[in-house]
Design a protein. Structure first.
Length: 110
């Protein structure tokens, strides 16, 4: 049986934190904002798998979104304060640091 080599979980979190960090510099619509916040929460808990799922949902084309979810999003836009906090979190994760202590702070913005 052939096995597929997977990078260590910490490496995956670091790689995905870099992607999220780059994406933070682009405008986000309410749909993208919701999944971006969720993805950051997964990354803070060292769950790259959850962050990857959020990334895929976040990047769905607009015409495909209704097929996935039709309810209200109920999110507010990212504030400057929240963007600064997420930037700091993602920077730490991209550098390979533990940021699990920031999970509680992320929940306040949902």
């Amino acid at each position: 049986m052939r096995t597929i080599e997977q990078p260590p979980p910490a490496r995956m979190t670091t790689d995905w934190a870099r992607r999220y960090l780059e994406r933070l510099e682009q405008p986000l619509d309410p749909w993208e904002t919701d999944y971006f916040r969720s993805g950051c929460n997964f990354l803070a808990r060292d769950s790259a798998t959850g962050a990857i799922a959020c990334w895929k949902s976040m990047n769905l084309p607009v015409d495909r979104r209704r097929e996935t979810y039709t309810g209200p999003m109920g999110t507010t836009p990212l504030t400057r304060q929240e963007m600064d906090r997420l930037y700091g979190l993602l920077e730490k994760l991209a550098d390979g640091e533990d940021a699990s202590h920031q999970v509680a702070a992320l929940r306040r913005f949902r």
